[in-house]
Design a protein around this ligand. Structure first.
Ligand code: 13P
Length: 252
């Protein structure tokens, strides 16, 4: 059985003080909840502060990006060594906002995946189509190209540490959520792709999260789908109440 993940992507929100308030509130309302892995992904500046507060709890830490080099003259970038040093276990790679605004490509996603895995960080690799892709019936083709790029030369052993997040670009921050059937169809497509390109055991074991306007009200129906193994939550992860409500509503 796949252990679901409820991950909060805080994006470029929360100063250190605000991050402390949020993570303390999450910790408190989470109590002894253990039906899903709970991951928070604060901005870089709050990673270590947050880690100090969750170190001995069940909450895990993730970053939102990294560079494909361990160190060097790369002004403004963050290396996986630094993320590990801050207490990160997970790292989001290839989020559509990085692809859209910061030139992330399937090739750079792959380079980041490889170094993250080498360094013992677990990638949460994001894929998703734009509205134009969907309207042109290109959803599967786009997802397939993203998967091919991201997973080029990744070994079967490394696959045990990879999480996939399907986030339709048109559903992010828009209030428009894919219907459970639409989301399930893409999740199933991703799992089938993993079967063909790795093997059935790997496909069965890989967690595939859904992201895009997930809220306490729609989480249950989405997470009930066979191939949806949790959520990558943006806006609703910025308040402990809604974030925890998603975990509690979604995971029976
Ligand atoms: P929203 O939940 O705000 O739509 O964001 C989803 C997302 O991009 C998570 O990575």
């Amino acid at each position: 059985m796949r252990v679901p993940i409820i991950a909060g992507n805080w994006k470029m929100y929360k100063t250190m003080g605000e991050a402390m308030g949020l993570v303390n509130a999450i910790k408190k309302s989470l109590g002894s909840f253990d039906k899903a892995e709970v991951v928070v992904c604060p901005p870089f500046t709050a990673l270590n502060t947050v880690y100090g507060l969750i170190e001995n709890s069940m909450i895990k830490l993730g970053a939102q990006n990294l560079l494909w080099e361990k160190e060097g003259a790369f002004t403004g970038e963050i290396s996986p060594v630094m993320l590990k040093d801050c207490g990160c276990e997970y790292v989001i790679i290839g989020h559509s906002e990085r692809r859209q605004y910061f030139g992330e490509t399937n090739e750079t996603v792959n380079k980041k995946m490889k170094l993250a895995l080498d360094m013992g960080l677990m990638p949460i690799v994001c894929v998703g189509e734009t509205l134009a892709d969907r309207e042109a019936n290109k959803t599967n083709a786009v997802i397939e190209a993203q998967l091919k790029g991201a997973f080029a030369d990744i070994s079967n052993d490394d696959m045990a540490n990879v999480v996939v997040a399907y986030e339709p670009v048109w559903g992010i921050g828009t209030g428009k959520t894919a219907t459970p059937d639409m989301a399930q169809a893409v999740h199933k497509f991703i799992r089938t792709w993993l079967t063909s390109n790795f093997n059935a055991d790997i496909a069965e074991a890989t967690r595939i999260l859904y992201g895009g306007s997930v809220k306490p009200e729609n989480a249950k129906e989405l997470m009930a789908q066979d191939d949806i193994d949790g959520g990558l939550i943006g806006g609703a992860s910025l308040k402990a109440e809604s974030f925890i409500a998603i975990a509690r509503n979604a995971i029976a």
